[in-house]
Design a protein around this ligand. Structure first.
Ligand code: ZN
Length: 599
């Protein structure tokens, strides 16, 4: 069977791509065509086929029957012939979701992931295929160019033409950007990296390129040269408000705020730009960790349904640990800045009561329905495998440094796992990391791993950090939006126990913490607070009021639940000190002599 896809920009105003799938074969026997229900890297069923608005099949320009089997699958009629027959399946795809996970098309640009556009020819997924992307003929697209990391076969000067994929998984792992984008380039250890930026923006291009080059060279050196790719593409979509990133084998798609990019004339690193560099560092680290070092169930994943693994803590957590650490190690941020970021992660976990309910393995396993489908009760029921995974990676790093008297650390593990990959070991079983740690340390660590991965016990973070000379201070929050990492000058002594937001002029209860003052009194997510102690409140006024209160004081709270007026007496609790600040004084006698962490 010969498989060839072509993509046409059918109508930017209607957000429609047209895809033609051409099959050349002698025999068609119960041949199924299927679109993925999810995209690797984002663990949620998204049913991309819902965006196929029209689909038809032809042979010799005559329509042939195409039977839909389920929400994502179609069947071609059986056909047999002595010579090669040509079957064409032509379909239009609606593309109006501005996210890194799907497809988007309008007058300003086009973007798509293969999971949104390319039907898999079931049974032939391991076969090489060709992709043609046609230059758009609409006047409005006359200046468009094309960017993708897919292998080029025969393209014109702006990127339109023929590409080639080794197999179906390769075909869907190179997102494509079409438009009049800005393209910057740099070389990192012999690998050309392109940075393609779409949207309305201004930035200090030279600084952006210099900083990204430093990060990429750091990661390549971390795992060892040569890099696993011979070309890499950062696809960046700039918007007023948005955030997201998705990793691919030789590229990443990012959605960022205009203000995240470095501005001309600025020399300091703003917290927004620091976040942006952290995101780039994160996605680039994934080129090794998850795109190549990966759970065995992701090596050849079933894209028609959920694929469960308890290991996401390792692929997102370890990657999240190294994303900011790399910024420190390559000098883009200083230690104070790094400790602020790390303290924010510890604070985030501290503020999540779900950490006392759900283990990180369960969080990974249930990512499909819990982490990716968070509701108002998420804070009480689940723990992020990103945030707790980061802290587990930190604990593992510090645990190994302590055990081996600073001889080994998490770097040793990651580098050894990469060497195993290069030697042909593909796909992690659930204990691959533990086994590697045990080989390096020369002792069993099953109890340690079992505790951090499969229990809800607090992580041994404080002792391990103290061993490295890091001081941990905790504070009660000043306001509900405190993220941690900064000393609190004026803490609130009481805890109300609900997260509130000012929405359309009303003060709304967004979520209620389990067993908190607000919950015990009867307040619920969705309630609209009309008055506290008889007075109308906005969020600032309410937070100022709490500052004047002490534990056991009672607030009379009037709310609308739907259209019903209700009244509650909230007996305030003493505030919990869950805001964390880290510091590492220069001279600290308790530090083990050779401690070099976090470098
Ligand atoms: Zn990630």
């Amino acid at each position: 069977m010969k498989i060839r896809y072509s993509v046409t920009i059918k109508d930017p105003n209607a957000h429609l791509f047209e895809v033609q799938l051409q099959l050349k074969t002698q025999i068609l026997n119960e041949q199924l065509l299927r679109l993925p229900t999810w995209i690797p890297g984002s663990y949620m069923i998204r049913d991309f086929a819902k965006n196929i608005v029209e689909i038809k099949a032809y042979q010799n320009n005559e329509t042939i029957e195409l039977i839909q089997i389920d929400k994502s699958t179609w069947k071609l009629p059986n056909k047999e012939s002595n010579s090669e027959q040509e079957i064409n399946i032509i379909y239009t795809v609606y593309a109006w979701d501005l996210s890194v996970r799907t497809a988007h098309l309008d007058q300003t640009h086009g973007f798509f992931n293969g999971t949104s556009l390319f039907l898999e020819v079931v049974g032939y997924a391991d076969q090489r295929c060709q992709l043609e992307i046609l230059k758009p003929n609409q006047d409005i697209c006359s200046t468009w160019r094309l960017a993708t990391s897919m292998k080029k076969q025969d393209i014109d000067s702006v990127g339109f033409g023929f590409y080639q994929a080794d197999d179906y998984l390769d075909l869907i792992d190179h997102p494509v950007e079409l438009g009049s984008f800005k393209k910057l380039s740099f070389n990192a250890h012999g690998v050309i990296h392109d940075v393609v930026i779409t949207g309305l923006f201004e930035t200090d291009e030279q600084r952006l390129v210099n900083d990204l080059k430093i990060i990429c060279e750091h990661h390549i050196n971390f795992f060892g040269q040569p890099a696993p790719v011979d070309y890499y593409l950062f696809l960046i979509m700039v918007v007023g408000e948005g955030y997201g990133g998705l990793e691919h084998r030789a590229s990443t798609s990012l959605l960022v705020n205009r203000g995240d990019l470095p501005q001309k004339g600025q020399t300091k690193i703003s917290s927004d730009y620091r976040k942006f560099l952290g995101l780039c560092s994160h996605e680039y680290f994934h080129t090794w960790n998850v795109k190549r070092l990966t759970p065995n169930v992701f090596v050849n994943p079933d894209l028609s349904q959920e694929v469960y693994t308890p290991q996401l803590w390792a692929f997102e957590g370890i990657t999240s640990y190294y994303d900011d650490l790399a910024l420190l190690r390559c000098g883009l941020i200083d230690q104070t800045s790094y400790f602020e970021l790390l303290a924010q992660t510890i604070t985030r976990v501290n503020k999540t009561q779900g950490r006392l309910i759900q283990t990180v393995s369960e969080s990974s396993f249930n990512a499909w329905t819990k982490f990716y489908k968070q509701d108002e009760n998420a804070v009480n029921a689940i723990i992020s495998y990103y945030a707790k995974g980061t802290l587990i990676a930190l604990c593992l790093d510090l645990f190994m440094r302590k055990k081996s008297e600073q001889k080994y650390n998490l770097d040793t593990v990651m580098q050894a796992l990469w060497q195993d990959y290069l030697n042909g070991y593909k796909g992690f079983s659930d204990d691959t990391i533990q086994n590697k740690v045990e080989v390096i340390l020369g002792e069993s660590c099953s109890e340690w791993f079992d505790k951090v991965l499969n229990s809800v016990e607090e992580l041994p973070l404080n002792l391990l950090l103290q061993n490295e000379g890091v001081e941990i201070a905790t504070y009660a929050a000043e306001s509900q939006s405190d993220m941690g990492g900064k000393v609190i000058e004026n803490p609130t002594e009481v805890d109300f126990g609900a997260f509130l937001q000012q929405k359309e002029g009303a003060l709304k209860v967004i979520r209620v913490n389990h067993a908190s003052a607000a919950q015990c009194a009867g307040l619920s997510a969705g309630d609209e607070i009309i008055a506290v102690n008889g007075l109308k409140q906005n969020l600032n006024q309410f937070e100022a009021l709490l500052k004047l209160k002490q534990a056991d004081n009672i607030l009379l709270v009037h709310v609308f639940r739907r259209d019903e007026l209700m009244q509650f007496e909230v007996k305030l609790n003493k505030a919990i000190k869950n805001i964390v600040v880290l510091s590492k004084p220069e001279s600290n006698d308790s530090v083990s002599a050779q401690s070099s962490w976090p470098i």
